[in-house]
Design a binder for this molecule. Structure first.
Ligand code: FE
Length: 222
């Protein structure tokens, strides 16, 4: 199959989701057609050579689809009820998660868990683009990728949190962690008060996606 030359540099990194493309030189139709052709050609070639079958690709898509904030919420709830798991999670997050939940999350990226305390509240951003702990939370929300969030949260985190409806006591330090190409962050929120009798599943239901990004707190007990 003949493939036209890429009209503009278009960096692709599946875990990275760069949305800060350079200004396109050609029109979008051409670019889209190019990428569809390229994807088809590479996929057919990989299949032909026995490197990556359609089945492999579909399995990978299934894995991606299984990564939703519900997975992150289970991890947080487990950390709330099991101090040994929490220690293991903070020491070696992916190993602890794979071991405990019987998963096989494989990534060259480093995952770090940032624990919130009475004195410290963590917020995650990727100022450069939209790096996000997809292995645990799936696809990032649109606002996470917005220039407004990325530029403002590092400069005025308290104000941004307030706009999300998250007002923290003045004596709590707000720390913003900027993701890099190699590191992903997951916020471990504080367990809400009044949840002593709750099951792990009921606790997980309180852990929202935004609580694991740090722009929100876990839901209060209903
Ligand atoms: Fe990024």
């Amino acid at each position: 199959m003949a493939i036209p030359e890429n009209p503009h540099h278009h960096h692709h990194d599946h875990d990275h989701d760069h949305d800060h493309d350079h200004a396109p030189i050609n029109d979008d139709d051409f670019s889209t057609r190019y990428e569809v052709l390229l994807e088809t050609a590479i996929r057919e070639l990989l299949d032909e050579k026995g490197i990556l079958s359609n089945e492999d690709i579909h399995r990978q898509i299934d894995i991606q689809d299984s990564r939703t904030p519900a997975l992150g919420a289970k991890v947080v709830a487990k950390a709330w009820v099991d101090p040994a798991f929490k220690a293991a999670l903070i020491a070696a997050p992916l190993k602890a998660i794979n071991d405990h939940f019987g998963l096989a999350i494989q990534t060259p990226l480093e995952l770090k868990v940032l624990e919130n305390t009475q004195a410290l509240h963590n917020v995650v951003v990727c100022t450069l683009c939209s790096c996000y702990p997809r292995m645990l939370l799936g696809i990032p929300p649109a606002w996470y990728k917005s220039i407004e969030y990325r530029s403002r949260v590092v400069v005025e985190p308290r104000q941004v949190l307030t706009e999300f409806g998250t007002v923290l006591p003045a004596d709590v330090e707000v720390r913003v962690s900027d993701s890099t190409a190699d590191i992903r962050y997951l916020v471990l929120p504080m367990r809400p008060s009044g949840t002593d009798g709750l099951s792990e599943d009921a606790l997980a239901a309180l852990v929202t996606r935004d609580a694991m990004i740090g722009t929100a707190l876990p839901l209060p007990v209903a």
